[in-house]
Design a protein around this ligand. Structure first.
Ligand code: TGC
Ligand code: FAD
Length: 392
């Protein structure tokens, strides 16, 4: 799409709640998506290629480590700024937002939060500029929703750790320079390790044949007797809570990002409905199409309000994991429904790559599954409100 006519929608004047800095940050991200993402993204998705050309731009708009302090190369922004950046990026494509989410919340965050100062200084500035790209390995072939069952493990060999196992469905794996890998020690305790490309026995085969998130590279992380230096262990936290706390940050970004995908679909459907005539009048004049459009903007508005309030709570360090789960689950489902309804508004044209809707819809099928499935987030809410776990 060379000419990207997108206009944002703000039915409840949420923009009035944003600071001048928020507006500037969002505008910069929006301009970049229009200029550097929209013209190339459909082609990249059709070819199932990750467009490496976007890495520099993502770094420049502050999408790599938006809330990481500036002394480590981050942008030092608040959580609402982080959300707004994710929203604008996912307005372009969920796969591009994935790249930013992984780099920021799943690679930079654990190094910043649980790493040593040496690790922070060594990795964070390069990750912030995109000179170094990262991935996050939690999911395994036999342990997806239940990461606590992981079998990837490391043994203490005196001057190094010996890592064995495999991770699957890992965003950015095929080109990552470093991977944050969650593995059990000999006592069965989960720890994070920084595994670097080039370490013998470490490979990252790509996963092909995806119908979703095609502009994002997904792959495996395979460890065959990989010698990991002891200084590459993240010492600040162990146990499953360590990777899950990273997921909280990424899920929060998705709660905002998915609204971007929904806004893009709604905006496209609205424009098309006003321009397309059938039975000698614009289809936007038919009650059935108005019902779709009116319900879409209602649901988008509810999601925007939830994300904004969650951002305030995050800024005050008061957002619970369960609140984040509810917002991720609600907003992704909302976006998927908006994409499906929007596609129908476009009739046959909706299935082509001339419009972004079908790509968003297919992407959102991954977004509703990764970072905790739709079911798992419902069970997290169920546990929170009843006090009884229905997972096991
Ligand atoms: P459970 O016994 O409940 O908890 C174990 C420990 O973790 C603590 N905890 C959390 N801490 C921080 N944040 C959270 N959200 C937390 N949830 C739990 C908990 O307090 C406990 O701590 P402690 O000190 O008592 O040990 O664990 P469980 O085994 O019953 O599992 C709970 C469950 C199912 C909710 C959890 O495992 C889960 O969330 N499963 C979903 C897995 C998932 O989301 N995987 C995502 C992989 S990464 C990914 O998809 C990246 S996509 C990237 C992209 O492209 O954008
Ligand atoms: P399963 O856990 O096998 O679930 C299958 C079905 O069973 C689901 O519907 C689920 O909701 C349901 N189910 C499972 N347990 C329960 C239960 N207790 N009660 C009710 N229903 C249940 N992971 C990473 O670590 N890093 C990444 O970068 C990453 N990127 C990804 C990128 C893509 C494109 C995709 C598709 C996935 C990615 N993932 C990543 C993996 C993702 O987090 C997992 O796919 C997800 O957590 C679900 O795990 P699973 O696919 O093994 O499904």
């Amino acid at each position: 799409m060379n000419n990207d006519p997108y206009q944002s929608h703000d039915y409840f004047n949420i923009d009035d709640l944003l600071s001048e800095e928020h507006h500037m940050i969002r505008q910069a991200a929006r301009d970049w998506v229009k200029r550097d993402v929209s013209p190339i993204i459909e082609d990249a998705a059709q070819k199932a290629e990750f467009p490496k050309s976007i890495i520099k731009g993502l770094a420049e708009i502050g999408a790599f480590g938006p809330y990481i302090p500036e002394e480590y190369g981050g942008a030092g922004l608040d959580q609402i700024s982080y959300g707004l950046i994710m929203q604008e990026i996912e307005r372009g494509d969920s796969g591009v937002r994935s790249t930013a989410s992984v780099q920021s919340s799943l690679v930079m965050f654990p190094i910043y939060q649980y790493g040593t100062d040496e690790q922070r200084k060594k990795f964070l500035p390069k990750l912030a500029t995109g000179e170094m790209m990262g991935s996050f390995g939690l999911t395994e072939p036999d342990h997806g929703s239940n990461p606590g069952g992981m079998t990837t493990n490391f043994k203490d060999k005196g001057d190094h750790y010996l890592l064995n196992g495999a991770k699957m469905w890992i965003s950015n794996s095929p080109f990552c320079d470093v991977a944050i890998v969650w593995a059990k020690n000999e006592e069965g305790r989960v720890h994070g390790l920084i595994v670097e490309r080039g370490m013998e026995g470490f490979s990252t085969p790509e996963t092909h044949n995806k119908w979703s998130l095609r502009a994002s590279a997904t792959g495996e992380l395979i460890f065959e007797d990989v010698k990991v230096p002891k200084e590459n262990l993240l010492p600040g936290r162990s146990g499953l809570g360590a990777p899950l706390s990273c997921l909280d940050s990424a899920r929060y970004g998705i709660a905002w990002g998915s609204i971007g995908a929904a806004l893009d679909c709604y905006d496209t459907a609205m424009r098309y409905a006003k321009e397309r005539t059938q039975f000698d009048r614009p289809i936007a004049g038919f009650q059935l199409q108005q019902k779709k459009l009116a319900e879409m903007i209602t649901e988008i508005t509810k999601a925007q309000l939830m994300a904004y309030r969650l951002g305030q709570l995050k800024n005050e360090n008061k957002a619970s994991s369960s609140q984040i789960s509810m917002a991720k689950r609600n907003n992704v489902e909302m976006a998927l429904n908006v994409a499906r309804e929007s596609r129908q508004v476009l009739g046959g044209m909706g299935i082509t790559g001339d419009y972004s809707i079908m790509r968003h819809m297919m992407n959102l099928e991954s977004v509703i599954t990764y970072e905790g499935t739709h079911d798992i987030h419902l069970l997290i809410t169920g546990l929170d409100i009843t006090g009884i776990s229905a997972f096991k």
